[in-house]
Design a protein. Structure first.
Lengths: 300, 300
Protein backbone atom coordinates (compact mmCIF):
# COMPACT_ATOMS: atom_id res chain seq x y z
CA UNK A 1 0.00 0.00 0.00
CA UNK A 2 1.21 3.48 -0.91
CA UNK A 3 0.78 6.49 1.38
CA UNK A 4 1.53 10.01 0.15
CA UNK A 5 1.35 13.07 2.35
CA UNK A 6 2.95 15.27 4.94
CA UNK A 7 5.69 14.28 7.36
CA UNK A 8 5.99 16.76 10.20
CA UNK A 9 7.47 17.66 13.51
CA UNK A 10 4.52 18.60 15.73
CA UNK A 11 4.39 20.66 18.89
CA UNK A 12 1.08 20.07 20.60
CA UNK A 13 -0.57 21.18 23.79
CA UNK A 14 -3.78 19.62 25.13
CA UNK A 15 -5.53 19.83 28.51
CA UNK A 16 -3.74 16.58 29.32
CA UNK A 17 -0.13 17.41 28.49
CA UNK A 18 2.21 18.66 25.84
CA UNK A 19 4.76 17.36 23.35
CA UNK A 20 7.53 19.24 21.55
CA UNK A 21 8.82 18.52 18.05
CA UNK A 22 7.44 15.00 17.93
CA UNK A 23 6.91 12.85 14.86
CA UNK A 24 3.67 13.73 13.07
CA UNK A 25 2.12 14.49 9.70
CA UNK A 26 -0.77 12.88 7.86
CA UNK A 27 1.35 10.37 5.96
CA UNK A 28 3.07 9.26 9.16
CA UNK A 29 -0.12 8.63 11.13
CA UNK A 30 -1.76 6.94 8.14
CA UNK A 31 1.26 4.75 7.39
CA UNK A 32 1.70 3.72 11.02
CA UNK A 33 -1.99 2.82 11.29
CA UNK A 34 -1.98 0.92 8.00
CA UNK A 35 1.14 -1.02 8.95
CA UNK A 36 -0.93 -3.15 11.34
CA UNK A 37 -2.66 -4.62 8.28
CA UNK A 38 -0.35 -4.40 5.27
CA UNK A 39 3.19 -3.45 4.23
CA UNK A 40 3.38 0.25 3.49
CA UNK A 41 5.37 2.39 1.08
CA UNK A 42 5.64 6.01 2.02
CA UNK A 43 6.16 9.10 -0.13
CA UNK A 44 6.95 12.47 1.43
CA UNK A 45 9.68 14.96 2.09
CA UNK A 46 11.70 15.91 5.18
CA UNK A 47 14.49 18.40 5.82
CA UNK A 48 18.08 17.62 6.67
CA UNK A 49 17.17 18.35 10.31
CA UNK A 50 14.79 15.38 10.45
CA UNK A 51 15.97 12.97 13.17
CA UNK A 52 17.24 9.72 11.67
CA UNK A 53 15.66 7.66 14.45
CA UNK A 54 12.20 8.64 13.18
CA UNK A 55 12.89 6.99 9.82
CA UNK A 56 14.34 3.94 11.56
CA UNK A 57 11.22 3.72 13.70
CA UNK A 58 8.98 3.73 10.63
CA UNK A 59 11.13 1.05 9.04
CA UNK A 60 10.73 -1.12 12.13
CA UNK A 61 7.01 -1.08 11.36
CA UNK A 62 7.58 -2.53 7.90
CA UNK A 63 7.18 0.89 6.29
CA UNK A 64 9.33 1.37 3.21
CA UNK A 65 10.73 4.90 3.44
CA UNK A 66 12.78 4.85 0.26
CA UNK A 67 10.17 7.23 -1.19
CA UNK A 68 10.85 9.80 1.53
CA UNK A 69 13.00 12.52 0.02
CA UNK A 70 15.51 14.30 2.27
CA UNK A 71 15.93 17.89 1.11
CA UNK A 72 18.26 20.67 2.15
CA UNK A 73 16.29 22.76 4.65
CA UNK A 74 13.93 22.37 7.57
CA UNK A 75 11.21 19.76 8.01
CA UNK A 76 7.55 20.83 7.94
CA UNK A 77 6.52 21.98 11.41
CA UNK A 78 3.07 22.38 12.91
CA UNK A 79 2.27 23.68 16.35
CA UNK A 80 -1.13 23.97 17.92
CA UNK A 81 -3.28 23.34 20.92
CA UNK A 82 -6.62 21.87 21.92
CA UNK A 83 -8.94 23.09 24.63
CA UNK A 84 -11.64 20.97 26.22
CA UNK A 85 -13.43 20.70 22.90
CA UNK A 86 -10.99 18.18 21.50
CA UNK A 87 -12.72 18.24 18.12
CA UNK A 88 -11.24 21.67 17.46
CA UNK A 89 -7.52 22.11 16.74
CA UNK A 90 -6.18 25.64 17.21
CA UNK A 91 -3.15 26.23 15.01
CA UNK A 92 -0.43 28.43 16.46
CA UNK A 93 2.04 28.14 13.59
CA UNK A 94 2.49 26.24 10.35
CA UNK A 95 5.95 26.30 8.78
CA UNK A 96 5.80 24.38 5.52
CA UNK A 97 9.58 24.59 5.00
CA UNK A 98 10.71 21.85 2.55
CA UNK A 99 7.07 20.67 2.26
CA UNK A 100 6.25 23.88 0.39
CA UNK A 101 7.98 22.61 -2.76
CA UNK A 102 6.98 18.98 -2.33
CA UNK A 103 6.51 17.31 -5.72
CA UNK A 104 5.82 13.63 -5.18
CA UNK A 105 8.13 11.61 -7.40
CA UNK A 106 7.50 7.90 -6.96
CA UNK A 107 10.44 5.51 -6.93
CA UNK A 108 10.16 3.16 -9.88
CA UNK A 109 9.54 0.26 -7.49
CA UNK A 110 6.44 2.01 -6.11
CA UNK A 111 4.61 2.46 -9.39
CA UNK A 112 2.72 -0.81 -9.31
CA UNK A 113 1.50 -0.52 -5.72
CA UNK A 114 -2.07 -1.85 -5.82
CA UNK A 115 -3.54 0.26 -2.99
CA UNK A 116 -3.05 4.01 -2.87
CA UNK A 117 -3.89 6.44 -0.09
CA UNK A 118 -3.55 10.12 -0.94
CA UNK A 119 -3.48 11.95 2.38
CA UNK A 120 -4.60 15.55 2.57
CA UNK A 121 -2.30 17.50 0.24
CA UNK A 122 -2.79 19.87 -2.71
CA UNK A 123 -5.17 18.05 -5.10
CA UNK A 124 -2.82 18.85 -8.00
CA UNK A 125 -0.16 16.77 -6.25
CA UNK A 126 -2.71 14.04 -5.57
CA UNK A 127 -3.44 13.98 -9.31
CA UNK A 128 0.30 13.85 -10.05
CA UNK A 129 0.58 10.72 -7.87
CA UNK A 130 -2.36 9.08 -9.65
CA UNK A 131 -0.56 9.79 -12.94
CA UNK A 132 2.42 7.80 -11.69
CA UNK A 133 0.70 4.65 -10.39
CA UNK A 134 -0.11 1.92 -12.88
CA UNK A 135 -3.61 0.40 -12.74
CA UNK A 136 -4.03 0.46 -8.97
CA UNK A 137 -6.72 -1.80 -7.52
CA UNK A 138 -7.99 0.85 -5.10
CA UNK A 139 -7.40 4.58 -4.70
CA UNK A 140 -8.53 6.62 -1.70
CA UNK A 141 -8.11 10.35 -1.15
CA UNK A 142 -8.53 12.62 1.83
CA UNK A 143 -8.92 16.39 1.60
CA UNK A 144 -9.71 19.46 3.70
CA UNK A 145 -11.53 22.82 3.68
CA UNK A 146 -8.38 24.66 2.51
CA UNK A 147 -8.47 22.88 -0.86
CA UNK A 148 -12.27 22.97 -1.13
CA UNK A 149 -12.18 26.76 -1.15
CA UNK A 150 -8.76 27.25 -2.74
CA UNK A 151 -8.45 24.53 -5.40
CA UNK A 152 -11.97 23.43 -5.97
CA UNK A 153 -11.66 22.39 -9.63
CA UNK A 154 -8.48 20.41 -9.06
CA UNK A 155 -10.15 18.68 -6.12
CA UNK A 156 -13.26 17.80 -8.14
CA UNK A 157 -10.97 16.32 -10.81
CA UNK A 158 -9.26 14.11 -8.19
CA UNK A 159 -12.59 13.02 -6.71
CA UNK A 160 -13.60 11.89 -10.21
CA UNK A 161 -10.55 9.61 -10.34
CA UNK A 162 -10.60 7.86 -6.93
CA UNK A 163 -12.58 4.90 -5.64
CA UNK A 164 -13.14 6.22 -2.13
CA UNK A 165 -13.44 9.88 -1.10
CA UNK A 166 -12.73 10.78 2.51
CA UNK A 167 -13.45 14.06 4.27
CA UNK A 168 -14.98 15.60 7.39
CA UNK A 169 -18.74 15.96 7.50
CA UNK A 170 -18.48 19.76 7.61
CA UNK A 171 -16.22 19.66 4.57
CA UNK A 172 -18.71 17.59 2.59
CA UNK A 173 -21.38 20.17 3.40
CA UNK A 174 -19.03 22.96 2.34
CA UNK A 175 -18.00 21.21 -0.88
CA UNK A 176 -21.61 20.65 -1.93
CA UNK A 177 -23.09 23.79 -0.37
CA UNK A 178 -25.91 21.96 1.41
CA UNK A 179 -26.69 21.33 5.09
CA UNK A 180 -27.86 17.81 4.23
CA UNK A 181 -25.13 15.17 4.50
CA UNK A 182 -27.27 12.80 2.44
CA UNK A 183 -27.46 15.24 -0.44
CA UNK A 184 -23.78 16.14 -0.12
CA UNK A 185 -22.76 12.49 -0.21
CA UNK A 186 -24.98 11.83 -3.22
CA UNK A 187 -23.40 14.70 -5.15
CA UNK A 188 -19.91 13.45 -4.35
CA UNK A 189 -20.88 9.94 -5.46
CA UNK A 190 -22.14 11.48 -8.70
CA UNK A 191 -18.60 12.71 -9.36
CA UNK A 192 -17.36 9.14 -9.54
CA UNK A 193 -16.22 7.51 -6.27
CA UNK A 194 -17.91 4.26 -5.33
CA UNK A 195 -17.92 5.29 -1.67
CA UNK A 196 -17.86 8.52 0.33
CA UNK A 197 -16.60 8.20 3.89
CA UNK A 198 -17.36 11.10 6.21
CA UNK A 199 -15.27 11.56 9.35
CA UNK A 200 -17.13 12.99 12.32
CA UNK A 201 -14.45 13.07 15.02
CA UNK A 202 -15.72 11.80 18.37
CA UNK A 203 -19.08 11.09 16.71
CA UNK A 204 -17.62 8.39 14.48
CA UNK A 205 -17.91 8.06 10.74
CA UNK A 206 -20.51 7.51 8.04
CA UNK A 207 -20.27 5.89 4.65
CA UNK A 208 -22.49 6.42 1.63
CA UNK A 209 -22.43 4.15 -1.39
CA UNK A 210 -24.92 3.67 -4.21
CA UNK A 211 -26.36 0.75 -2.26
CA UNK A 212 -26.83 2.34 1.10
CA UNK A 213 -25.62 4.06 4.20
CA UNK A 214 -23.44 2.93 7.08
CA UNK A 215 -23.09 4.72 10.42
CA UNK A 216 -20.24 3.91 12.79
CA UNK A 217 -20.15 5.44 16.26
CA UNK A 218 -17.08 6.93 17.87
CA UNK A 219 -15.44 4.83 20.55
CA UNK A 220 -16.24 6.31 23.97
CA UNK A 221 -12.79 7.12 25.28
CA UNK A 222 -11.98 7.16 28.94
CA UNK A 223 -8.90 9.27 28.42
CA UNK A 224 -8.01 11.26 25.30
CA UNK A 225 -4.54 12.75 25.47
CA UNK A 226 -4.07 14.17 21.98
CA UNK A 227 -6.49 14.05 19.03
CA UNK A 228 -3.77 14.98 16.51
CA UNK A 229 -3.65 12.49 13.65
CA UNK A 230 -6.93 10.74 14.51
CA UNK A 231 -8.39 11.29 11.04
CA UNK A 232 -5.19 10.13 9.37
CA UNK A 233 -4.91 7.04 11.56
CA UNK A 234 -8.56 6.31 10.73
CA UNK A 235 -7.80 6.54 7.01
CA UNK A 236 -4.66 4.43 7.35
CA UNK A 237 -6.45 1.69 9.26
CA UNK A 238 -9.31 1.74 6.74
CA UNK A 239 -7.14 1.47 3.62
CA UNK A 240 -4.76 -0.95 5.34
CA UNK A 241 -7.63 -3.31 6.09
CA UNK A 242 -8.88 -3.08 2.49
CA UNK A 243 -5.37 -3.85 1.23
CA UNK A 244 -5.11 -6.80 3.62
CA UNK A 245 -8.46 -8.28 2.56
CA UNK A 246 -8.52 -7.14 -1.09
CA UNK A 247 -12.32 -7.04 -0.91
CA UNK A 248 -14.15 -3.81 -1.79
CA UNK A 249 -17.73 -4.97 -1.21
CA UNK A 250 -20.00 -2.76 0.87
CA UNK A 251 -19.82 -5.30 3.70
CA UNK A 252 -16.05 -5.21 3.76
CA UNK A 253 -15.91 -1.42 3.46
CA UNK A 254 -17.97 -1.37 6.67
CA UNK A 255 -15.45 -3.57 8.44
CA UNK A 256 -12.65 -1.37 7.14
CA UNK A 257 -14.33 1.70 8.64
CA UNK A 258 -14.50 -0.03 12.01
CA UNK A 259 -10.82 -1.04 11.73
CA UNK A 260 -9.95 2.58 11.00
CA UNK A 261 -12.05 3.72 13.96
CA UNK A 262 -10.35 1.20 16.23
CA UNK A 263 -6.81 2.28 15.34
CA UNK A 264 -7.77 5.97 15.55
CA UNK A 265 -9.31 5.41 18.97
CA UNK A 266 -5.99 4.05 20.21
CA UNK A 267 -3.97 6.77 18.51
CA UNK A 268 -5.60 9.57 20.54
CA UNK A 269 -4.76 7.89 23.84
CA UNK A 270 -1.25 9.33 23.74
CA UNK A 271 0.87 11.92 21.92
CA UNK A 272 2.47 11.41 18.51
CA UNK A 273 2.80 7.69 17.73
CA UNK A 274 3.36 6.64 21.34
CA UNK A 275 0.18 4.62 21.64
CA UNK A 276 0.47 2.95 18.23
CA UNK A 277 4.05 2.01 19.16
CA UNK A 278 2.68 -0.04 22.06
CA UNK A 279 -0.40 -1.32 20.24
CA UNK A 280 -0.79 -5.07 19.69
CA UNK A 281 -2.91 -6.92 17.10
CA UNK A 282 -4.80 -8.52 19.97
CA UNK A 283 -5.84 -5.12 21.27
CA UNK A 284 -7.18 -4.25 17.81
CA UNK A 285 -9.20 -7.46 17.64
CA UNK A 286 -10.56 -6.92 21.15
CA UNK A 287 -11.64 -3.32 20.53
CA UNK A 288 -13.22 -4.33 17.22
CA UNK A 289 -15.24 -6.83 19.21
CA UNK A 290 -16.23 -4.05 21.64
CA UNK A 291 -17.40 -1.93 18.69
CA UNK A 292 -19.71 -4.76 17.68
CA UNK A 293 -20.99 -5.19 21.21
CA UNK A 294 -21.68 -1.50 21.69
CA UNK A 295 -23.64 -1.07 18.44
CA UNK A 296 -25.66 -4.26 18.54
CA UNK A 297 -29.41 -4.20 19.07
CA UNK A 298 -32.21 -6.62 18.32
CA UNK A 299 -35.32 -6.54 16.17
CA UNK A 300 -38.25 -4.50 17.38
CA UNK B 1 -47.59 6.24 30.89
CA UNK B 2 -47.44 9.67 32.49
CA UNK B 3 -45.83 12.70 30.80
CA UNK B 4 -45.26 15.92 32.72
CA UNK B 5 -43.84 19.06 31.15
CA UNK B 6 -44.42 22.15 29.09
CA UNK B 7 -47.22 22.75 26.61
CA UNK B 8 -46.46 25.64 24.34
CA UNK B 9 -47.37 27.67 21.31
CA UNK B 10 -44.21 27.84 19.19
CA UNK B 11 -43.20 30.26 16.49
CA UNK B 12 -40.28 28.82 14.58
CA UNK B 13 -38.22 29.82 11.59
CA UNK B 14 -35.78 27.46 9.87
CA UNK B 15 -33.96 27.64 6.53
CA UNK B 16 -36.81 25.50 5.17
CA UNK B 17 -39.86 27.46 6.27
CA UNK B 18 -41.66 28.97 9.22
CA UNK B 19 -44.61 28.25 11.49
CA UNK B 20 -46.54 30.65 13.73
CA UNK B 21 -48.13 29.81 17.07
CA UNK B 22 -48.19 26.09 16.46
CA UNK B 23 -48.62 23.34 19.04
CA UNK B 24 -45.35 22.57 20.83
CA UNK B 25 -43.74 22.05 24.22
CA UNK B 26 -41.73 19.15 25.62
CA UNK B 27 -44.73 17.31 27.09
CA UNK B 28 -46.61 17.56 23.80
CA UNK B 29 -43.82 16.17 21.62
CA UNK B 30 -43.04 13.45 24.17
CA UNK B 31 -46.69 12.46 24.60
CA UNK B 32 -47.34 12.39 20.87
CA UNK B 33 -44.26 10.23 20.28
CA UNK B 34 -45.10 7.88 23.14
CA UNK B 35 -48.68 7.49 21.96
CA UNK B 36 -47.47 5.23 19.13
CA UNK B 37 -46.55 2.66 21.77
CA UNK B 38 -48.72 3.16 24.85
CA UNK B 39 -51.69 5.12 26.17
CA UNK B 40 -50.49 8.42 27.64
CA UNK B 41 -51.64 10.63 30.49
CA UNK B 42 -50.49 14.20 30.28
CA UNK B 43 -49.89 16.78 32.99
CA UNK B 44 -49.31 20.42 32.13
CA UNK B 45 -50.88 23.85 32.06
CA UNK B 46 -52.29 26.05 29.30
CA UNK B 47 -53.91 29.47 29.25
CA UNK B 48 -57.49 30.27 28.38
CA UNK B 49 -56.22 31.30 24.93
CA UNK B 50 -55.13 27.75 24.12
CA UNK B 51 -57.02 26.53 21.03
CA UNK B 52 -59.49 23.79 21.93
CA UNK B 53 -58.67 21.86 18.76
CA UNK B 54 -55.15 21.19 20.08
CA UNK B 55 -56.54 19.32 23.07
CA UNK B 56 -58.95 17.43 20.82
CA UNK B 57 -56.05 16.47 18.58
CA UNK B 58 -54.10 15.06 21.50
CA UNK B 59 -57.17 13.11 22.63
CA UNK B 60 -57.49 11.59 19.17
CA UNK B 61 -54.04 10.09 19.81
CA UNK B 62 -55.27 8.31 22.93
CA UNK B 63 -53.67 10.96 25.15
CA UNK B 64 -55.62 11.61 28.34
CA UNK B 65 -55.57 15.38 28.84
CA UNK B 66 -57.61 15.48 32.03
CA UNK B 67 -54.35 16.39 33.80
CA UNK B 68 -53.91 19.50 31.67
CA UNK B 69 -54.95 22.47 33.74
CA UNK B 70 -56.52 25.46 31.98
CA UNK B 71 -55.61 28.66 33.80
CA UNK B 72 -56.71 32.24 33.42
CA UNK B 73 -53.99 33.87 31.29
CA UNK B 74 -51.82 33.22 28.26
CA UNK B 75 -50.25 29.90 27.23
CA UNK B 76 -46.46 29.49 27.38
CA UNK B 77 -44.94 30.83 24.15
CA UNK B 78 -41.54 30.18 22.64
CA UNK B 79 -40.19 31.72 19.49
CA UNK B 80 -36.88 31.01 17.87
CA UNK B 81 -35.02 30.21 14.72
CA UNK B 82 -32.44 27.83 13.33
CA UNK B 83 -29.73 28.57 10.82
CA UNK B 84 -27.96 25.93 8.74
CA UNK B 85 -26.50 24.37 11.87
CA UNK B 86 -29.76 22.75 12.86
CA UNK B 87 -28.28 21.50 16.12
CA UNK B 88 -28.39 25.03 17.48
CA UNK B 89 -31.68 26.68 18.41
CA UNK B 90 -31.60 30.47 18.69
CA UNK B 91 -34.27 31.73 21.08
CA UNK B 92 -35.92 35.02 20.19
CA UNK B 93 -38.41 35.12 23.05
CA UNK B 94 -39.67 32.96 25.87
CA UNK B 95 -42.90 34.00 27.56
CA UNK B 96 -43.62 31.59 30.39
CA UNK B 97 -47.06 33.10 31.07
CA UNK B 98 -49.23 30.57 32.98
CA UNK B 99 -46.33 28.08 32.92
CA UNK B 100 -44.43 30.32 35.35
CA UNK B 101 -46.61 29.20 38.23
CA UNK B 102 -47.04 25.59 37.08
CA UNK B 103 -47.36 23.28 40.06
CA UNK B 104 -48.07 19.78 38.80
CA UNK B 105 -51.06 18.39 40.64
CA UNK B 106 -51.84 14.87 39.50
CA UNK B 107 -55.48 13.83 39.13
CA UNK B 108 -56.21 11.01 41.57
CA UNK B 109 -56.64 8.61 38.64
CA UNK B 110 -53.06 9.32 37.50
CA UNK B 111 -51.32 8.40 40.74
CA UNK B 112 -50.80 4.74 39.95
CA UNK B 113 -49.41 5.24 36.44
CA UNK B 114 -46.60 2.67 36.15
CA UNK B 115 -44.32 4.58 33.72
CA UNK B 116 -43.37 8.19 34.35
CA UNK B 117 -41.57 10.61 32.07
CA UNK B 118 -40.55 13.91 33.63
CA UNK B 119 -39.78 16.23 30.72
CA UNK B 120 -37.39 19.11 31.17
CA UNK B 121 -38.89 21.29 33.93
CA UNK B 122 -37.65 22.69 37.24
CA UNK B 123 -36.22 19.69 39.16
CA UNK B 124 -38.21 20.76 42.23
CA UNK B 125 -41.38 20.19 40.23
CA UNK B 126 -40.02 16.89 38.94
CA UNK B 127 -39.52 15.84 42.58
CA UNK B 128 -43.05 16.97 43.41
CA UNK B 129 -44.40 14.66 40.69
CA UNK B 130 -42.37 11.74 41.99
CA UNK B 131 -43.89 12.42 45.43
CA UNK B 132 -47.35 11.98 43.93
CA UNK B 133 -46.90 8.73 42.00
CA UNK B 134 -47.28 5.46 43.86
CA UNK B 135 -44.59 2.80 43.31
CA UNK B 136 -44.01 3.43 39.61
CA UNK B 137 -42.34 0.65 37.65
CA UNK B 138 -40.07 3.04 35.75
CA UNK B 139 -39.20 6.71 36.08
CA UNK B 140 -37.27 8.73 33.49
CA UNK B 141 -36.24 12.38 33.70
CA UNK B 142 -34.89 14.84 31.19
CA UNK B 143 -33.12 18.08 32.12
CA UNK B 144 -31.14 20.97 30.63
CA UNK B 145 -28.20 23.32 31.23
CA UNK B 146 -30.47 25.95 32.83
CA UNK B 147 -31.18 23.65 35.80
CA UNK B 148 -27.65 22.26 35.95
CA UNK B 149 -26.30 25.71 36.69
CA UNK B 150 -29.35 27.15 38.47
CA UNK B 151 -30.77 24.28 40.56
CA UNK B 152 -27.93 21.84 40.79
CA UNK B 153 -28.75 20.34 44.19
CA UNK B 154 -32.42 19.84 43.37
CA UNK B 155 -31.40 18.21 40.10
CA UNK B 156 -28.94 15.85 41.80
CA UNK B 157 -31.72 14.86 44.19
CA UNK B 158 -34.04 13.99 41.29
CA UNK B 159 -31.30 12.04 39.50
CA UNK B 160 -30.92 9.96 42.65
CA UNK B 161 -34.61 9.02 42.47
CA UNK B 162 -35.09 8.08 38.80
CA UNK B 163 -34.31 4.89 36.88
CA UNK B 164 -33.17 6.55 33.67
CA UNK B 165 -31.49 9.96 33.35
CA UNK B 166 -31.66 11.74 30.02
CA UNK B 167 -29.69 14.79 28.89
CA UNK B 168 -27.59 16.20 26.06
CA UNK B 169 -23.95 15.12 25.89
CA UNK B 170 -22.76 18.69 26.52
CA UNK B 171 -25.01 18.87 29.57
CA UNK B 172 -23.54 15.67 31.02
CA UNK B 173 -20.07 17.17 30.62
CA UNK B 174 -21.26 20.37 32.27
CA UNK B 175 -22.99 18.57 35.14
CA UNK B 176 -19.89 16.50 35.93
CA UNK B 177 -17.29 19.09 34.94
CA UNK B 178 -15.31 16.72 32.74
CA UNK B 179 -14.68 16.56 28.98
CA UNK B 180 -14.95 12.75 29.10
CA UNK B 181 -18.45 11.44 28.43
CA UNK B 182 -17.43 8.10 29.92
CA UNK B 183 -16.45 9.67 33.21
CA UNK B 184 -19.50 11.94 33.21
CA UNK B 185 -21.82 8.99 32.62
CA UNK B 186 -20.13 6.98 35.36
CA UNK B 187 -20.59 9.80 37.87
CA UNK B 188 -24.27 10.14 36.98
CA UNK B 189 -24.72 6.37 37.36
CA UNK B 190 -23.11 6.69 40.78
CA UNK B 191 -25.95 9.00 41.80
CA UNK B 192 -28.45 6.19 41.34
CA UNK B 193 -29.98 5.76 37.87
CA UNK B 194 -29.61 2.36 36.24
CA UNK B 195 -29.07 4.00 32.86
CA UNK B 196 -27.84 7.34 31.52
CA UNK B 197 -29.00 8.20 28.02
CA UNK B 198 -27.13 11.00 26.28
CA UNK B 199 -28.76 12.81 23.37
CA UNK B 200 -26.40 13.98 20.65
CA UNK B 201 -28.74 15.58 18.11
CA UNK B 202 -27.90 14.59 14.55
CA UNK B 203 -25.13 12.36 15.93
CA UNK B 204 -27.59 10.03 17.63
CA UNK B 205 -27.57 8.90 21.24
CA UNK B 206 -25.47 6.92 23.66
CA UNK B 207 -26.44 4.88 26.70
CA UNK B 208 -24.29 3.96 29.66
CA UNK B 209 -25.33 1.34 32.19
CA UNK B 210 -23.30 -0.58 34.75
CA UNK B 211 -22.99 -3.41 32.22
CA UNK B 212 -21.82 -1.48 29.22
CA UNK B 213 -22.17 1.14 26.58
CA UNK B 214 -24.51 1.47 23.62
CA UNK B 215 -24.04 3.86 20.71
CA UNK B 216 -26.90 4.65 18.34
CA UNK B 217 -26.27 6.76 15.24
CA UNK B 218 -28.50 9.55 14.06
CA UNK B 219 -30.70 8.78 11.10
CA UNK B 220 -29.28 10.49 7.99
CA UNK B 221 -32.11 12.75 6.98
CA UNK B 222 -32.73 13.79 3.43
CA UNK B 223 -34.79 16.77 4.48
CA UNK B 224 -34.98 18.30 7.93
CA UNK B 225 -37.62 20.98 8.20
CA UNK B 226 -37.67 21.78 11.91
CA UNK B 227 -35.58 20.21 14.69
CA UNK B 228 -37.85 21.60 17.44
CA UNK B 229 -39.00 18.83 19.77
CA UNK B 230 -36.59 16.18 18.46
CA UNK B 231 -35.15 15.46 21.90
CA UNK B 232 -38.63 15.31 23.45
CA UNK B 233 -39.97 13.01 20.72
CA UNK B 234 -36.90 10.83 21.25
CA UNK B 235 -37.65 10.61 24.98
CA UNK B 236 -41.34 9.93 24.37
CA UNK B 237 -40.62 7.14 21.90
CA UNK B 238 -38.07 5.63 24.26
CA UNK B 239 -40.29 5.60 27.35
CA UNK B 240 -43.33 4.64 25.29
CA UNK B 241 -41.55 1.55 23.98
CA UNK B 242 -40.44 0.61 27.51
CA UNK B 243 -44.02 0.99 28.72
CA UNK B 244 -45.28 -1.14 25.83
CA UNK B 245 -42.78 -3.93 26.46
CA UNK B 246 -42.45 -3.62 30.26
CA UNK B 247 -38.87 -4.91 29.95
CA UNK B 248 -36.00 -2.87 31.37
CA UNK B 249 -33.12 -5.13 30.43
CA UNK B 250 -30.08 -3.57 28.74
CA UNK B 251 -31.10 -5.26 25.48
CA UNK B 252 -34.55 -3.76 25.58
CA UNK B 253 -33.27 -0.33 26.62
CA UNK B 254 -31.22 -0.43 23.41
CA UNK B 255 -34.30 -1.16 21.34
CA UNK B 256 -36.14 1.64 23.14
CA UNK B 257 -33.36 4.09 22.20
CA UNK B 258 -33.73 3.10 18.55
CA UNK B 259 -37.52 3.51 18.76
CA UNK B 260 -36.99 6.97 20.23
CA UNK B 261 -34.52 7.78 17.45
CA UNK B 262 -36.95 6.58 14.81
CA UNK B 263 -39.85 8.71 16.03
CA UNK B 264 -37.57 11.75 16.50
CA UNK B 265 -36.22 11.33 12.96
CA UNK B 266 -39.76 11.56 11.62
CA UNK B 267 -40.67 14.47 13.88
CA UNK B 268 -38.03 16.77 12.36
CA UNK B 269 -39.32 16.20 8.84
CA UNK B 270 -42.03 18.81 9.36
CA UNK B 271 -43.10 21.61 11.70
CA UNK B 272 -44.90 21.09 15.01
CA UNK B 273 -46.63 17.69 15.08
CA UNK B 274 -47.39 17.65 11.36
CA UNK B 275 -45.20 14.66 10.54
CA UNK B 276 -46.24 12.62 13.58
CA UNK B 277 -49.86 13.29 12.64
CA UNK B 278 -49.26 11.47 9.34
CA UNK B 279 -46.94 8.80 10.76
CA UNK B 280 -48.03 5.15 10.56
CA UNK B 281 -46.87 2.18 12.65
CA UNK B 282 -45.58 0.57 9.46
CA UNK B 283 -43.29 3.51 8.81
CA UNK B 284 -41.87 3.13 12.32
CA UNK B 285 -41.21 -0.58 11.79
CA UNK B 286 -39.60 0.09 8.41
CA UNK B 287 -37.28 2.82 9.67
CA UNK B 288 -36.33 0.69 12.68
CA UNK B 289 -35.31 -1.96 10.15
CA UNK B 290 -33.25 0.65 8.28
CA UNK B 291 -31.49 1.58 11.53
CA UNK B 292 -30.46 -2.05 11.89
CA UNK B 293 -29.30 -2.25 8.28
CA UNK B 294 -27.24 0.92 8.51
CA UNK B 295 -25.40 -0.04 11.71
CA UNK B 296 -24.72 -3.68 10.90
CA UNK B 297 -21.19 -4.93 10.26
CA UNK B 298 -19.56 -8.32 10.42
CA UNK B 299 -16.73 -9.84 12.42
CA UNK B 300 -13.20 -8.86 11.52
Amino acid sequence: MLVVGSIALDSVQTPFGAAQEVLGGAAVFAAAAASFFAPVRMVGVVGTDFPREHLRRLQQWDIDVSGVEVREGQTFRWSGYYEYDLNQAHTVATHLNVFEDFRPDLPRTYCCTPYVFLANIDPELQAAVLDQVETPRLTVCDTMNFWISGKRDALLAVLARVDVALMNDAEARQLCDTPSLVQAARRILDLGPRAVVLKKGEHGAAMFTRDGHFAAPGYPLEQIKDPTGAGDAFAGGLVGYLAYTDDFSDDNLRKAIICGSVVASFNVEDFSLERLARLTPNEIVERYRQFRAMTDFGSM
